[in-house]
Design a protein around this ligand. Structure first.
Ligand SMILES: [Ca+2]
Ligand SMILES: [Ca+2]
Length: 273
């Protein structure tokens, strides 16, 4: 865990040495209006300047260019009402600065089963968030996604170092219509398997609304989430694949796409920048 101050670039000079040391368990800002008041025993300020978290992995890397991959605390809306939270940053791939928003290591831990309130607001994790990206699953609350950037990166394959697909999209979610998925400008850089360049994410799920087990916004006559292990997803009628797989009874419990044949993966992730 690393704790970085993002108030001013001036501070970078005086604080960069200590900032690159692993920090103790990170402080939470107590209330939105008390940005400079954090829990006792943690950093209250640097040189008298109130503490602020960086808003994204991209901002951390801009201000601390030597930052490695790992878990960081970010606060995407800054002094706004959303609480800061811990997430994983990819600081090396394609220039770095990528904030993890969705991660599936299906065979390891199953899938998160967030309610609508949880999928909007919380960091939904199976396992333990750590620097080992193959050891947990994550579905970051969708209210944060637009704040992290406008480019999404999709990785899928046997592991982070053995990818079958990588694609980039201009990406946003519509909070006024159940976080409808809007993707465009697909750009594929790795395509080692299957018959479609982008395995179902763009070709089928673009324009779909987000559904959870307790909030049915899909086109099927029942709730697709309940058919597929209570996973939250941008179902249509119901899918051409999902990062969470089909549930334990029918399809493998891992990233799966039916847009082309035999696309079963052990690892999938989506990043924003
Ligand atoms: Ca905030
Ligand atoms: Ca339905």
């Amino acid at each position: 865990m690393r704790l970085y101050h993002c108030f001013s670039i001036v501070l970078l000079v005086s604080s960069v040495a200590s900032a690159q040391q692993p920090a103790a368990k990170v402080n939470r800002v107590e209330a939105p209006g008390k940005v400079n008041s954090v829990e006792a025993g943690t950093i209250n300020s640097l040189d008298g300047v109130p503490f602020e978290y960086c808003k994204s992995c991209r901002e951390i890397l801009e201000k601390y260019p030597a930052s490695p991959d790992g878990v960081y605390t970010i606060d995407p809306d800054g002094s706004g009402p959303f609480e800061a939270f811990d997430s994983y940053c990819d600081m090396t791939t394609d220039g770095g600065g990528w904030t993890l928003v969705l991660l599936s290591n299906g065979p390891v831990t199953g899938c998160p089963q967030p309610s609508w309130e949880e999928v909007v607001n919380d960091v939904n994790i199976n396992g333990i968030l750590s620097g080992d990206i193959t050891s947990f699953d994550l579905f970051l609350g969708v209210k944060n996604w637009n704040l992290l950037g406008t480019t999404a990166r999709l990785d899928m394959g046997d592991s982070p170092s053995d990818l079958s697909h990588r694609a980039y999209y201009t990406f946003s979610l519509d909070p006024d219509n159940y976080y409808t998925l809007s993707m465009s400008d697909e750009s594929v850089t790795i395509h080692a398997e299957g018959t479609t360049s982008s395995p179902g994410m763009y070709t089928y799920h673009n324009g779909r609304r987000l559904t959870t087990y307790d909030a049915d916004h899909d086109l099927y006559y029942t709730n697709c989430s309940l058919n597929f292990d209570k996973s939250a997803w941008w179902f249509g009628d119901c899918w051409s694949g999902s990062f969470w797989g089909g549930g334990r009874e029918i399809f493998q419990d891992a990233p799966y796409w039916s847009g082309s044949q035999s696309e079963y993966f052990s690892y999938g992730s989506i990043w924003m920048k």
